[in-house]
Design a protein around this ligand. Structure first.
Ligand code: FES
Length: 106
């Protein structure tokens, strides 16, 4: 279980307990966080679950795989701390994670 803070583009925060084994995308989708659309359902095939990982968490969360990087190319305003949230598995180690939702999904 990890407490994850999702920050909407406008600054509104959603603090959600997400079970280990789910993805950061599933935690958002199941709790109605706006701005994470996840059109492909987590198959790394749409890029509409794009988020920015808080700088303090980048190392712990890790880097995207080459396949994720290819998909991220379709994201809107992609930055060095961009990740597809369906590709981030939740573990206890991510307790306190902060991710920000981009202005829009492509
Ligand atoms: Fe489609 Fe993440 S939900 S790439």
């Amino acid at each position: 279980m990890a407490k994850i803070t999702y920050v909407e583009f406008g600054g509104k925060e959603h603090v959600i307990d997400v079970a280990s084994g789910l993805t950061v995308m599933e935690g958002a989708r199941d709790n109605g966080v706006p701005g994470i659309e996840a059109d492909c359902g987590g198959a790394c095939a749409c890029s509409t679950c794009h988020v920015y990982v808080d700088e303090a968490w980048r190392e712990k969360v890790g880097s995207p795989t080459p396949m994720e990087e290819d998909m991220l190319d379709f994201g809107f305003d992609v930055r060095p701390n961009s990740r597809l949230s369906c590709q981030i598995k939740v573990t206890d180690a991510l307790d306190g994670l902060i991710v920000r939702v981009p202005e829009k999904q492509f």
